[in-house]
Design a protein around this ligand. Structure first.
Ligand SMILES: NC(=O)C1=CN([C@@H]2O[C@H](COP(=O)(O)OP(=O)(O)OC[C@H]3O[C@@H](n4cnc5c(N)ncnc54)[C@H](OP(=O)(O)O)[C@@H]3O)[C@@H](O)[C@H]2O)[C@@H](O)CC1
Ligand SMILES: Nc1ncnc2c1ncn2[C@@H]1O[C@H](COP(=O)(O)OP(=O)(O)OP(=O)(O)O)[C@@H](O)[C@H]1O
Length: 481
């Protein structure tokens, strides 16, 4: 109410301002010098008008000041509210985690807990999937429609790190045919990170995502990524692109907040001032490979790392990583999403030797380890995910279409999942499992489900826009049923 009144008062002030402006321009538009020559009384009239103009100027200054003050106070209020909600959310998650722990201790008392050796599949510990800790109130193990499920882990041949995961302390041999339990575990973990939809939140809480990309040649890619982030559940989606690309991207959708700053002389500062408000970044869709843009992006990545923001790097962002791997090396909230071309370039840059193309999974783990156990997703017929210690694959049925932009759907939605997974991990909801891996699995599953649904409807004519249309129902089917 108070806010509405303030806004009304401000509007009234603004109306006054514009009235003042038009009055001023009318006055100043008079050809006064000729008139004053003809009538002796004119100078007196002008003197009489002078204080009115002065008053009007004062009034305008005061109203601008009042407007500034109002927005400053409002900004502070929203920030405080943000903090309060985030604490509330963390408390809720902690409570849910405690419930989960209680539940899993009951289950482990009833089942043998020792991990089985490689190739001998251990009984599936469904503590994550059956945990009542799901914030949306699911209970029991959830069954998902899965035309082709084949998710497995491979015990690390490269990493010396101790087995980490509570839920994933089970080993599966590569090439096993069915690991339905593991697939369900991963999906359940993803589910546990998804914030509940309630009426107790305010705009922005479920995700403010920044997409860095969009240049003269590529406007579709950043749009696909940004709209996918929104449709997957983010509240606000910002695109930081070049000046030329901005009007085009804006014209695709009124939902996006588009900043034409990427090629401005002070681009880093312009983007940096938004970082405190962003929950995750997706770097690269439609970025292009122009040197100055890449330099700016490198600096933005450095600044984002100091703020601990999850960063998904795709497309031309991966080109930058190929040139300068140190930009993201070892950053545990970083995720790389190469296709096979991008992967080959990265591998060769890091390992300085040709890749063994007969064993992509091994090469992927090598790359991840070389990048400091960064989470890497190799996209393709199966999406292969690793953080250098274990390998997971997502083989949900996708589509037979290979139209451009599907990778943008993946990276945009992964930006949201990354924010959710890291928040859930910070609150202790997912433990001993790399949240970046959980986020990657969530986004791969969603993308493939969208692709499959769109393909069923549109067949050969399926485009990325059709796939994006499916995000709502695919999300529901995978994570909310
Ligand atoms: N609507 C838009 O605005 C869109 C814009 N996009 C943006 O375009 C930018 C450049 O991205 P990019 O992928 O075209 O560049 P790059 O990696 O150099 O590939 C070049 C060549 O490599 C090959 N190739 C590619 N993938 C392969 C694979 N899986 N398996 C095998 N080969 C593969 C293939 O070569 P070809 O087969 O034609 O010889 C391809 O032509 C980037 O910013 C991206 O975001 C896209 O998002 C799409 C929608
Ligand atoms: N052969 C395939 N079979 C089924 N699904 C696939 C296949 N290849 C890719 N996909 C799906 O498309 C997603 C994006 O992979 P793709 O290889 O198209 O990325 P990209 O080339 O980077 O995309 P973009 O055109 O946006 O640059 C993958 O995560 C996967 O879900």
């Amino acid at each position: 109410m108070i806010r509405t009144r303030c806004v009304q008062q401000l509007s009234a002030l603004k109306r006054g301002s514009s009235l003042g402006t038009s009055m001023r321009s009318q006055n100043s538009g008079q050809p006064t010098s000729n008139l004053s020559a003809r009538t002796p009384k004119r100078p007196r009239k002008r003197r009489a008008n002078f204080p009115v103009e002065k008053l009007m100027e004062q009034f305008l200054e005061q109203s601008a000041q009042a407007e500034d003050n109002f927005y400053q106070v409002e900004e502070r209020r929203l920030q405080a509210e943000d903090r309060r909600r985030e604490m509330e959310h963390a408390r809720e998650l902690q409570m849910l985690q405690m419930l989960g722990q209680m539940f899993s201790s009951v289950s482990s008392a009833a089942a043998p807990s020792k991990a089985s050796p490689p190739a001998a599949r251990a009984p599936v510990n469904s503590s994550a999937s059956s945990s009542p800790s799901c914030p949306r109130g699911q209970s029991g193990q959830v069954k998902h429609p899965s035309p082709r499920r084949d998710c497995f882990t491979q015990q690390s041949r490269l990493s010396t790190s101790a087995p980490q995961a509570l839920v994933f302390d089970r080993y599966y041999s590569l090439g096993s045919t069915s690991h339905r339990g593991m697939d369900d575990d991963l999906l359940s973990l993803v589910k546990n990170t998804i914030p509940p939809l309630t009426s107790k939140k305010h705009k922005g809480q479920d995700g403010r995502i920044g997409i860095i990309g969009g240049c003269q040649d590529y406007t579709g890619a950043p749009y696909f990524a940004a709209i996918s982030a929104l449709k997957a559940g983010a509240d606000l989606s910002h695109v930081f692109c070049t000046k030329e690309a901005a009007p085009v991207i804006k014209s695709y959708s009124p939902e996006l907040i588009v900043h034409p700053v990427l090629d401005s002389p002070n681009a880093v500062e312009e983007i940096e001032k938004w970082l405190p408000r962003l929950h995750s970044l997706v770097v690269g869709p439609g970025l292009g490979r122009e040197g100055l843009l890449l330099k700016t992006v490198k600096e933005v990545i450095e600044k984002s790392k100091t703020r601990d923001i999850p960063i998904v790097i795709d497309a031309d962002g991966l080109w930058l990583v190929t040139q300068q791997p140190s930009v993201i090396q070892g950053y545990h909230k970083g995720i790389l999403t190469p296709n096979i071309m991008e992967f080959t370039r990265l591998y060769q840059a890091l390992n300085r030797e040709p890749m063994d193309s007969s064993d992509h999974q091994h090469s992927l783990m090598q790359l991840s380890v070389a990048m400091g156990n960064l989470t890497v997703v190799l996209k393709g017929e199966q999406d292969v995910i690793t953080d250098g210690s274990k390998v997971f694959t997502c083989s949900l049925e996708g589509s037979g279409r290979r139209c451009g932009g599907q990778g943008d759907l993946l990276s945009g939605s992964m930006g949201v999942f990354a924010h959710w997974a890291h928040s859930a991990s910070a609150a202790g909801v997912i433990r001993s499992v790399n949240p970046s891996v959980v986020a990657a699995y969530g986004a791969c599953s969603l993308t493939r489900q969208c692709n499959s649904q769109a393909f069923q409807r549109h067949g050969r004519s399926t485009t990325t826009s059709d796939m994006i249309q499916e995000i709502g129902s695919a999300f529901k089917k995978l994570f909310e049923s």
